[in-house]
Design a protein around this ligand. Structure first.
Ligand code: PMT
Length: 406
């Protein structure tokens, strides 16, 4: 399960750092490639040379010790990792991560990674029960960090209770299970690109044309696709939503920006879902200065059509790629949706009747009908957008001959 997997092991400054040496050895014996990062405090307990010898990989201790001028080490490590493990994790490192500090090689890497993060805390029993630590752990849990619970017993400080670093065998088992689950997830190995939100077309420095898309549907799709194992790129128009954990985001403003961002990733995408509400028109002229209302009882804005991103992607589509479009309609849903399916050369159109209560723009909920290239029609009942997203992704999988396991 672990053969060839890239694991970044962050060792922070506690007496349990010695157990991280045994862990490195066990992970390496299972075929994982382990790169160790140590905080300065950790080097007081165990030397970097110990980890270097056990992992046969370089050990990182200093953010500014850049060995290769072509690369930035903490970003490189963050991208390289299939999984990041922090063992032992001190109260200090947990607090820093919970509040977004980037003060050393461990925290900068942790902030930069999109890989799953597993934290194994180790500290004195009173520290782990302190409200500040409990609060930080729950903040991290909400961010999608996984925890490996500490054991109970005699602690190095003399106290008896909870706080001992989990045993290396137990940590190993949890890491193995994580890779095992990942392998069984239906989108593992696939790159899913999702567009979300509105686009904005500038009129002048203070005005633009846009629409009511909140991005909620697209962000829900991104979150569920990631949970189902996909590498996810979310191309997002201007919205005020948090990016789901583990999702790469590209922020765009105009239709043209969105088209360019889509074309950049289209070649290597396995699935592309165009959920964004793209502006169909853009002003012919963009005024460099604020337009004045004097001398205007009426104002005519000349607009020209924007490029149709979905059609452009449909024109370049690979046979093994699944292209999904949306259709926001208020009448004759089936007629317009199936027309879009054909005209835009998509594999699926997700139609939402945005004239219905609680469906479409801005809502937490939706209901859709999915039309696919095989002639299939699937009704997804009214529900929250995460459930609707799951049903849409299940239909994508069914076109690939797979399904989400219940
Ligand atoms: O963001 P929320 O508030 O959660 O709302 C979700 C939603 C209503 C925005 C979403 O469910 C939805 O319906 N998105 C598509 C809205 C839309 O623009 O539909 P359309 O029928 O105008 O466009 C059809 C398809 O062509 C869409 O996939 C659209 O992304 C694409 N398109 C349209 C115009 C254009 N220039 N380029 C495109 O790619």
């Amino acid at each position: 399960m672990m053969n060839g997997k890239h694991i970044v092991l962050c060792v922070t400054g506690g007496i349990a750092a010695f157990k991280a040496a045994a862990l490195t050895s066990k992970l390496t014996q299972r075929g994982a490639i382990v790169r160790v990062i140590m905080t300065e405090a950790a080097t007081q307990f165990v030397t970097p040379l110990t980890f270097q010898s056990l992992s046969r990989q370089p050990v990182y201790t200093d953010t500014f010790d850049e060995k290769d001028p072509e690369r930035i080490a903490h970003i490189d490590l963050a991208d390289w990792a299939d999984l990041v493990l922090v063992a032992p994790a001190t109260a200090n490192t947990i607090a820093k991560l919970a509040h977004g500090f980037a003060s050393d090689m461990v925290t900068t890497t942790l902030l930069a990674t999109k890989a799953p993060v597993y934290i194994a805390p180790a500290m004195n029993v009173n520290m782990i029960e302190h409200p500040a630590v409990i609060d930080n752990l729950s903040r991290l849990e909400q961010m999608g960090v996984h925890f490996i619970q500490p054991g109970e017993g005699q602690l190095a400080c003399g106290w008896v209770g909870k706080g001992r670093l989990a045993e290396p065998e137990d940590i190993l088992e949890i890491v193995e299970k994580a890779f095992c689950r990942e392998r069984e997830l239906p989108f593992t190995g696939q790159h899913v690109v999702i567009t979300a939100g509105p686009t904005q077309e500038r009129i002048d420095p203070v005005r633009y044309i846009t629409n009511d898309s909140s991005g909620k549907m697209g962000y829900a799709l991104a979150r569920v696709a990631r949970e189902l194992g996909a590498k996810v790129t979310l191309i997002s128009g201007p919205v005020s939503l948090d990016v789901p954990t583990g999702v790469n985001v590209v922020h765009v403003t105009s239709t043209e920006d969105m088209l360019n961002a889509c074309l950049q990733v289209a070649k290597e995408a396995d699935v592309m879902i165009k959920c964004a509400a793209v502006s169909d028109f853009t002003p012919v002229e963009q005024h460099e200065q604020k337009m004045k209302k004097t001398n205007h009882d009426e104002l005519v804005l000349r607009l020209r059509k924007t490029p149709d991103i979905l059609s452009t992607l449909g024109g370049h589509k690979r046979d093994d790629q699944v292209l999904v479009g949306f259709a926001a309609e208020t009448n004759d849903i089936e007629h317009y949706a199936t027309k879009k399916l054909q005209k835009k050369r998509a594999d699926m159109i997700v139609a939402n009747d945005v004239s219905k209560d609680g469906v479409g723009f801005g809502h937490e909920t939706s209901a859709v009908t999915i039309y696919d290239v095989t002639g299939g029609k699937t009704e997804v009942p009214f529900g929250n957008k995460l459930d609707v997203a799951r049903a849409i992704l299940d239909q994508v999988l069914s076109l690939q001959g797979k399904r989400i396991q219940p």
